[in-house]
Design a protein around this ligand. Structure first.
Ligand code: 13P
Length: 252
């Protein structure tokens, strides 16, 4: 089966203030041509406060703008929430949901993630659904099975909810590998993501699978059997690293 286009992106989480975010987004905009000519899709996910300014900087480039979360209703009395319709109207193309930090700190459930993914797809946005096991099993061989069984409901609840032809991005981010010194072991990631790909094999819509968790330069080449790209955190704060990862995706 043909593999989809490779894709890399980064979420800024809550690391940068608005001024730092603008400067960073300008740096990403300058990578647009490098990504486009390399045949790599590129996205960046600033905080909500910076969405409009980021859109202005990125318009006319090939860089896709993302948001870090969304609500599942389009409008109404939902204090503090952000509408997927309004995100789409603001120029957002990709919406992240179910990140480990939101599951852990804010109690986000598979059912809520599925509702958010449905709302994103309904508004023409691509859901970027983060999945991953919380702890690493003590023995490498058993850890793969444990990870797959923990990821399965996270993936299947979303795939059962969204239209079969909707585009979706699944980011496999083992919770224990987020904020770590190094990414998860490559064999582990490839084995788990191959199984995640099987979970989505019958879908009509494009399904891309990313790896996230302390990823950076040097990570992708060992994972290319399993994933279509990377979802970067801290190691993309240096724009040079993001540029390097784009090159590696094009070469591997
Ligand atoms: O959570 C992540 C991306 O969503 C990964 O973050 P780090 O690369 O900083 O571990």
């Amino acid at each position: 089966m043909d593999r989809p286009r490779r894709i890399v992106g980064t979420s800024l989480k809550m690391y940068f203030n608005p001024q730092q975010t603008v400067e960073y987004i300008q740096g990403v905009a300058e990578l647009s041509e490098h990504a486009r000519s390399s045949g790599i899709d590129l996205f960046v996910v600033p905080d909500f406060l910076s969405i409009r300014e980021s859109q202005k900087i990125l318009q006319g480039t090939s860089v896709m703008l993302g948001a870090q979360d969304t609500f599942w209703e389009d409008s109404g009395a939902y204090t503090g929430e952000v509408s997927p319709l309004h995100l789409q109207q603001a120029g957002v193309r990709i919406v992240e949901m179910g990140h480990a930090e939101r599951r852990r700190i804010f109690g986000e459930t598979d059912e809520q993630v599925a509702k958010k993914a449905t709302a994103a797809a309904r508004n023409g946005l691509v859901p970027l659904v983060c999945v991953g096991e919380r702890t690493h099993g003590p023995i490498a061989s058993a850890a793969v099975g444990i990870a797959i069984e923990e990821c399965r409901p996270q993936v299947m609840t979303v795939l059962a909810a969204i239209p079969d032809d909707a585009e979706v991005i699944l980011a496999y981010e083992p919770v224990w590998a987020i904020g770590a010194k190094e990414p998860a072991d490559a064999d582990h990631v490839v084995n788990v993501t191959k199984e995640i790909r099987r979970m989505a094999a019958s879908r009509k819509g494009t399904t891309r699978i990313l790896y996230g968790g302390s990823a950076g330069p040097g990570t992708f080449s060992k994972l290319s059997d399993g994933v279509d790209g990377l979802f970067l955190g801290r190691f993309a704060h240096d724009i040079g690293n993001l540029k390097q990862v784009i090159s590696e995706l094009a070469q591997s």
